[in-house]
Design a binder for this molecule. Sequence first.
Ligand SMILES: [Zn+2]
Length: 312
Amino acid sequence: MAPRVMTVAGPISPDSLGFTLPHEHTGIALWHIDGRWDYWELTPDEDIIVDELRDYRRRGGATLVDLTLDGVGRDPHRLRSLAASTGLNIVMGCGWYRGAYYPAEVLVDRRSVDDLAAQIIGEFENGEGETGVRPGIIGEIGTDKPWVSALEERVHRAAARASVATGMAITTHGVQSAVGLAQLKILTEEGVDPSRVVIGHADSYHRLDFYLEVLDAGANLQFDFLGHRFGSEEALEPRLVETIVELLERGYGSQLLLSQDVCHDRQLKANGGFGYVYLQQRFLPTLRTAAVGEGEIRQMTVDNPARILTIP
Ligand SMILES: [Zn+2]
């Protein structure tokens, strides 16, 4: 079969992806787990989200990857409907998110790693449950803390084996620590080519030595909290821009990705936020001001995500 990208509406040619947001959500809830502080929710209301996504499309967006997984609101049927009403290519993630959010019925602690991998492979081959919607990437596969828990290690190994079997890339969640290196080590131990791994949320741990270690290992690095306003993101953005410029100058342009991780109602335009267009309206103009060229912007927003999403 020719190389292709699997969207919720079926396979498409990698050339037709265009401008891509590789780490987003169009409906997620993190508040429903007992004893958790995460008070995150992004409404899955279709009328509201369609408006926000149409705005993204109007400003040049063509593809969006929704990494919401089972346990926090994944809804394949809704994703297919969003793609139909907006004209966007939508790619769905698969696998399990992080320890605190593994759905009880998956029985991560009782099944073998191979059995967990077989579930992901089965979904890749046949689509999710009754919907038949097929995933196009594994993730976001995460750690709850700055280490990989025993349970999470099993999911990482299952994700890795499913990636080797299917060709799907793996995209990760890990924040405010160098845990991405531990994740990458497990995945490569299982035989995953590091170029098929995206270490996400890199902007939450702004350390050049961490970035270089991920990049020199051959993995991809994703700055995907762009436009977040939950902490010090705005104040730190100028330094992040300098770091991205430095990584480009050092020749890592083919391994960098950018996204916005919309995951909270307050980020929506309807609520005074930036919606799904922070890159178009704010961040990319800032990069241009910092003398980042159009070729490099295209590499980070079109070519790199297309390569990651291409199933060989
Ligand atoms: Zn995440």
